[in-house]
Design a protein around this ligand. Structure first.
Ligand code: GDP
Ligand code: FO1
Ligand code: CA
Length: 315
């Protein structure tokens, strides 16, 4: 599975209960491999932060703030207030005390020379997410957004656009900087090639799944497999977040049909849309409708089961 943050992590909970996982057996032969998006990554206060990897790790490992969908449960913000008291910038990004420990471990291991994939594995030794979580690449890729306002036309980090401006500054372009020179992390292409099928959870098609697919080699490897996706768009809006602003930036309409067309029939074999979008037709893609709100564990598991069943049917 390719995964962003919240949409990917929540879907994975359902998928885990449908498929089981390596955890509990010998742990070395997991049945679900997750290729995580690292385009949202940012370095602040000298710390390397990987929001989407952490969201998957905390969600599956039982450490997530459930209401918020990202960050640690029962978080406190002493470090944040102390940094602010020193006048440290930026102050628009909230780093929690518990979360900071993760970033310190990650940053220290990276400085010691370990690649991000090895660091992620080490962090997962604590959280035991029950899936194999691999970053899309070990190289630095950071999504930037070209915006234009009173301060002029400039590129800002995706997190500044998303968190500080709540994606309200119109984006002229969204660019995964560094992606063209990046290579898939060890195990990524091997996992895709060995997979029975590939699933796209209801993750952001532009800055989550789109960024992973932009790493040279990944799109072709995925296209060679049976691929089933779950629409993050229901009706004409994202279920959560500002994915519509990302889609507008790349000239794609916010609808389940337009997102499937954007991925294209070369990539997608099957596409699940919500019952609200029943009747959606996309040339070359098998579209099925069913309820797509991950409102509780049973509903989420039923969505994952439908995705797996469709993948097995189309294989
Ligand atoms: P992020 O990295 O935290 O933004 O998370 P992802 O990229 O993995 O997923 C974000 C997408 O998940 C958003 O576009 C939402 O529309 C979608 N999403 C969130 N909850 C649901 C849900 O219950 N059902 C569906 N179909 N999509 C959802
Ligand atoms: N999202 C916010 O809206 N505000 C924050 O202050 C914030 C801090 C943060 C810290 C660690 C982390 O892993 C995620 C965090 N997020 C925050 C979520 C994050 O910005 C995103 O929603 C994404 O990267 C988009 O997927
Ligand atoms: Ca993300």
């Amino acid at each position: 599975m390719l995964a962003g943050g919240i949409g990917g992590a929540r879907f994975l909970r359902g998928l885990k209960s449908v498929l089981g996982s390596g955890e509990g057996t010998d742990g070395s032969d997991p049945e679900i491999t997750v290729i995580g998006n690292t385009g949202d990554d940012i370095t602040l206060f000298g710390l390397k932060i990987c929001p989407d990897l952490d969201t998957v790790m905390y969600t599956l490992g039982g450490g997530i703030n459930e209401e918020q969908g990202w960050g640690r449960a029962e978080e406190t913000f002493s470090v944040r207030s102390e940094l602010a008291a020193y006048g440290m910038q930026p102050q628009w990004f909230g780093l929690g005390d518990r979360d900071v420990a993760t970033h310190i471990v990650r940053t220290q291991m990276l400085s010691a020379g370990y690649p991000l994939s090895a660091v992620t594995e080490a962090l997962c030794d604590r959280w035991r997410p029950g899936v194999r979580l691999i970053p899309m690449t070990d190289e630095r890729v950071e999504t930037h957004v070209v915006v234009c306002d009173d301060e002029g036309r400039r590129a800002i980090h995706f997190q500044e656009w998303w968190v500080r401006h709540r994606a309200a500054l119109p984006a002229e372009a969204i660019l995964p900087v560094g992606v063209e020179k990046a290579t898939p992390a060890p195990g990524v292409l091997e996992a895709i090639e060995a997979a029975d099928f590939v699933l796209f959870p209801p993750s952001n098609p532009v800055v989550s799944v789109g960024t992973i697919l932009a790493v040279p080699g990944i799109r072709d490897a995925v296209a060679a497999k049976t691929v089933v996706g779950v629409s993050p768009i229901i009706g004409d809006a994202p279920v959560r977040g500002m994915a519509d602003a990302c889609l507008s930036a790349i000239g794609v309409e916010t609808s389940a049909r337009a997102v499937a067309e954007h991925y294209g029939a070369e990539l997608l074999d099957g596409w699940l849309v919500d019952d609200a979008d029943a009747g959606t037709r996309v040339e070359g893609i098998d579209v099925r409708s069913r309820p797509l709100y991950m409102s509780d564990p049973a509903a989420t598991e039923a969505i994952a089961r439908a995705a797996v069943d469709l993948a097995l049917e189309l294989k």
